[in-house]
Design a protein around this ligand. Sequence first.
Ligand SMILES: C[S@@+](CC[C@H](N)C(=O)[O-])C[C@H]1O[C@@H](n2cnc3c(N)ncnc32)[C@H](O)[C@@H]1O
Length: 284
Amino acid sequence: MDSEFDSGTAELMRANERNWDARTPIHAASQFYGVDGTTPAESWFAPFEWDDLGPLANRDLVHLQCHLGVETIAFARRGARTVGLDFSGQAVEHARRIAARHGVEVDYVKSDVYDAVTALGARRFDIVYTAKGSLCYLPDLDRWAAVLADLLKPGGLAYIVEFHPILTSFGPKPDPDQQELLLRHDYLQGRGAVEHNSTHTYTDGPALPSDATAVYEWAHGLGEVVTALIGAGLTITRLRETEQLPWPRFERMVRDEQTGWWQLPPTDARVPLLYALAATKPNE
Ligand SMILES: C[S@@+](CC[C@H](N)C(=O)[O-])C[C@H]1O[C@@H](n2cnc3c(N)ncnc32)[C@H](O)[C@@H]1O
């Protein structure tokens, strides 16, 4: 990593890389991601994402923290010159294979997101896209936002679609018969990384190797995200909040037949579970 984090934080990020390298082959074989073609790439997108992104033909687009590239290939199919970037060597390898299998051209680059400007050389982008389970692995959002601003061409769009921090704060009651959700985790950053140690990843599939079960996450409230982007000189043009998710995070979620996405039952309070943020780099 070129980026300079203190040795403790750098070690946590290395543990995350080990964890993602271990999860990736399991994800590539899982029904959850369905990269054999059983899950269409489009199903990972909320309809409003396409409205906000606009036409993609001949646009230069980089997808940061792209994992298996399930979303990345959808951009290439819509005509964008597409780059996917991830620090997991396994993710980049699998993403390359998946794109080749689908006959889609994507340039995948292995790099820490904090080193993306160096890794991508002189390339600058019309769109920088980051989504759904990415920001929680980043210890410092001010530095992340500066990377986004550097990667964008003047007038370019940073588009972030993330699990809402209120979603991450919720957890079901410990009593398994009671699926009621409680506020159980931090919404705000401030207490450093939270360690999650699980034998299995979030998809179907076998256990993780015992030296790669730990992963470290950082809470980022919405105000922190917005403030980081403004601090990097970007102009926020849209902030959406929605009650739907592409998969059922909690057992009690119900499917919306129209969108195919999942939401809490109608008897629950309506709260946002996902947000989408558009920010542009001013023209020089
Ligand atoms: C949940 S996935 C990305 C979300 C994507 N929408 C998906 O579900 O496939 C998180 C990705 O972030 C990557 N990642 C975590 N920290 C990173 C970092 N510091 N630099 C680059 N990639 C990172 C992981 O390797 C993993 O592929």
